[in-house]
Design a protein around this ligand. Sequence first.
Ligand code: FAD
Length: 467
Amino acid sequence: MTNSYDFDVLVIGAGPGGYHAAIRAAQLGLRAACAEREAVGGVCLNIGCIPTKALLHAGEQVAAARHASDFGLTFGEQKLDVAKLNGWKDGIVKKLTGGVAGLFRANKVTHLVGQASFVDAHTVKVGDKTYTAANVIIATGSEPAKIRGLDVDQQQIVDSTGALNVPDPIPARMLCVGGGVISFEFSHIYNNLGSKVKIIEFLPTIIPGADADAVKEFGKSMKKQGIEFETETKANSAVKKDDGVHVEIENVKTGEKRTEVFDRVLVAVGRRPRLDGLNLEVTGVAQNERGFIPADVQQRTNVPHIFAIGDVAGNPMLAHKAMKEGVVAAEVIAGKPAAQDAVAIPGVVYTSPELAWVGLTEGEARDKGYNVRTGVFPLSASGRAMTLQQTDGFVKMVVDHDTDLLLGVHIVAAHGSDMLGEASLALEMGATATDVALTIHAHPTLGESVLEAAEAVHRQAIHIVNR
Ligand SMILES: Cc1cc2nc3c(=O)[nH]c(=O)nc-3n(C[C@H](O)[C@H](O)[C@H](O)COP(=O)(O)OP(=O)(O)OC[C@H]3O[C@@H](n4cnc5c(N)ncnc54)[C@H](O)[C@@H]3O)c2cc1C
């Protein structure tokens, strides 16, 4: 690296992508800086993954307390201290973001505080100071997409950030616009806390991109728990009145319109890249038609010393993808032969049961021309699931029948996200269904369902009748 620059690498944004990039760069001996205009940790730690998972856990405990009567445990009337709930969640966020700041100090990453904007392709202004860098990593993330007619006020009409603030009283009637991951997670939270929740989705399916059978199984469980959802439906407008928010809802197939009244409306219709104030124009870095910054497998943009990682670089907008890309960019800058070459990036909806998947869906595998064979093991046949009162769901394995190669794993199950690590490793290692089936899984565990699904591929599962 030339020492004529202030830094070897300057990262813009301290979300999962940015902080991983900065820390790995520093570990590799580079002079690294990370600029952030808000709290370190980005969307994931502050207003995304972590606070939603805290609220999901709290909601599930409320529901679990209700189900405890099945085995003879009853409580008095449930009382929820909403202020305490919000405070507990905020405390976890504070601890984790404080942890990132501490890791910056320990690794000697220079933490620059303020809005960053490019002056030229090697010069970045942060606050009122200007720095030069041999390499720049853009990790500015994403923000909620807006829809006309539904103006977010973060009180009655909220986006995901507003929805993280649980109001007192809990809204009696809630509408979630959008049938994706974020919408289902908030629906699950509010449903468990006592709201009557409805989801509307424009497309013919909820959770687009997930395996069709898994989505069906997942939807069945959500409905059973009281969450309503309608597909091919859109919200045209939301008007605040004394008795609540009046939402005009349209069936996109028939054109039929109706108005329904809700206490709270969540708008969760996707996210868009965040580049405001960055002055990207002066760098010559290209954006695609949707505003994302495309990057190659080394995370380089069209300008070789400028890298893009995480949400701003495009789908899937997930924290673990941003983290990996951050590490890759830092290693490439340090001269290592790194690449973003993951076989598959896992996806999870953290409801209960969770919807968790990695690799190809059955439909994708067929489209690619594989001779597809699937194996399904229902959680209703799992002893461990029964002891946990969590028998909804299944594990579905998608396999190439000719080679036995594992192509995808689709899980609808409590703790499915934790079972997904095994499936991801299996895909990365090029495992066959036989490899998984021959691996001894502890009994009784939910993870055994992955083994049994692999056995079911061969029509040799033990705890179900094979057909
Ligand atoms: C409600 C919700 C729940 C989610 N749950 C999950 C989950 O469970 N699992 C999962 O994998 N993903 C989840 N996500 C997605 C995840 O949060 C993102 O994929 C992840 O945060 C992307 O990381 P990033 O580093 O690309 O960007 P971000 O986390 O968006 O970070 C970008 C940072 O850059 C800063 N910044 C932007 N512009 C500038 C500038 N010009 N100067 C200085 N700083 C700037 C921003 O302030 C921000 O801190 C969730 C998202 C939401 C909204």
